[in-house]
Design a protein. Structure first.
Length: 323
């Protein structure tokens, strides 16, 4: 990252990661620093990687600045740039202009790509990681973000805001700004204020439903399903069936004292199966076998005229219910 004004500007930076707010703020700081040398309205070009050509980007990089020591060339969604166009930028970076800063922005560019490696050669601070915080870390980040708007928010209110809005940091920051403008007094923003002013926009993740299904949490499954408008019952049925097969494997390996081999057996990372042994113990082997058998019946019903949502709900409630 561009840490302070004493560090010389590099010929190129790659700002990569899915945290939109972090990306925006890094670009803002870079622009502010370059603008100290001259008016950016005369000394900047912005391209979109979905439509730009490498030739046009390189031409802009080789343009001399006007009444300034340096100019800025910004390429958004550079990971969408065609391979041949990326190659032109890579060639340019072999001998970049001394009066241009090339700012490449991506939601994710693999470290093994030629463009990533070419930018990394520009200097130790050329790659700026904007990876998002983990979900469990977001309420803490929301509390820190609130201070930039001159307010304090309670832990529970920050958690509620994340639950309502989701993980998009730009959207979270916008809601915090709205809350800050409406807030009166010096007390922290509380749950009631968030509930009154913020509408739910976040959808539940399919994996959240599958995890609740695995733990036989009927109430949570019903609640999460109401917040998954874009996920079809067909997709969820397939994901739940996959999980059932994984739990059958977990039970089988556990009975043989080999549960530690589950990840390698399934060909997945260890973290993916950290709860499987516990979840598997919540079912009998017969329950898991019948769950698979009845999933076939549910799928047939879904394709034969029965309302898919009703068929799916009847199936998963029969599997996880404790009657």
């Amino acid at each position: 990252m561009v840490k302070n004004a004493e560090q010389p500007l590099l010929a190129a930076y790659l700002i990569t990661g899915t945290d939109e707010l972090k990306r925006q703020r890094v670009v803002e700081r870079l622009r502010e620093r370059i603008e100290k040398s001259g008016d950016l309205s005369f000394n900047s070009d912005t391209f979109n990687g979905e439509t730009a050509t490498g030739e046009a980007i390189v031409a802009a990089c080789n343009t001399m600045p006007f009444a300034s020591d340096v100019r800025l060339v910004q390429v958004d969604v550079v990971d969408r740039l065609k391979k041949d166009d990326q190659e032109q930028i890579i060639s340019y970076l072999e001998s970049p202009s001394e009066t241009t800063v090339l700012c490449l922005i991506a939601s994710g560019l693999a470290k093994n790509t030629r463009l990533y490696k070419a930018v990394a050669k520009m200097g130790p601070n050329a790659i700026i990681d904007c990876a998002p915080p983990k979900l469990r870390e977001l309420p803490t980040q929301v509390r820190a973000m609130a201070t930039s708007h001159g307010v304090v928010i309670t832990d529970s209110a920050a958690s509620l805001l994340v639950d309502l809005i989701g993980e998009n940091t730009v959207a979270l920051d916008a809601e915090l700004q709205k809350l800050a403008l409406a807030h009166r007094g010096t007390d922290p923003i509380n749950d009631s204020e968030v509930a009154a002013m913020v509408s739910r926009t976040a959808e539940a993740k399919p994996w959240e439903f599958v995890d609740a299904f695995s733990s036989r949490n009927v109430e949570k499954c019903l609640m999460l399903r109401t917040r998954m408008e874009s996920t079809t019952p067909y997709a969820l049925l397939a994901m739940c069936v996959t999980r059932i097969r994984e739990l059958i494997a977990a039970r089988s390996l556990g009975e043989r004292g080999q549960i530690n081999t589950l990840a390698s057996y399934l060909g997945v990372p260890d973290w993916r199966v950290k709860n499987h042994a516990r979840w598997a113990q919540a079912f009998t082997g017969e329950e898991l076998r019948l769950a698979l058998l009845h999933a076939r019946d549910a799928e047939q019903a879904m394709k034969s005229g029965t309302d898919p949502e009703t068929a799916f709900q009847d199936w998963y409630l029969s599997v996880i219910g404790r009657l």
